[in-house]
Design a protein. Structure first.
Length: 71
């Protein structure tokens, strides 16, 4: 049985994706994960908890953009 994510965890995930989207657009996909965490005001461990690899984060950002484009 899976539980619904905590509200703060979901907020952090959305914040990470939003900051990563802006950071990747401004500075490119090579921007370090620790810089995204700093800009989001979160710890690096929080970013990795939501996105275990850099590719997972990039994929989440791109998936969100595809969803926006479809709408």
């Amino acid at each position: 049985m899976t539980r619904k994510p905590r509200t703060d965890a979901e907020h952090n995930r959305r914040r990470i994706v939003a900051v990563a989207r802006a950071a990747f657009a401004a500075d490119g996909l090579d921007l370090p994960v620790h810089e995204i965490a700093r800009r989001a005001g979160l710890g690096v461990a929080t970013v990795y908890r939501h996105f275990p690899s850099r590719q997972d984060l990039v994929s989440a950002v791109l998936a969100e953009q595809v969803t926006v484009c479809r709408a």
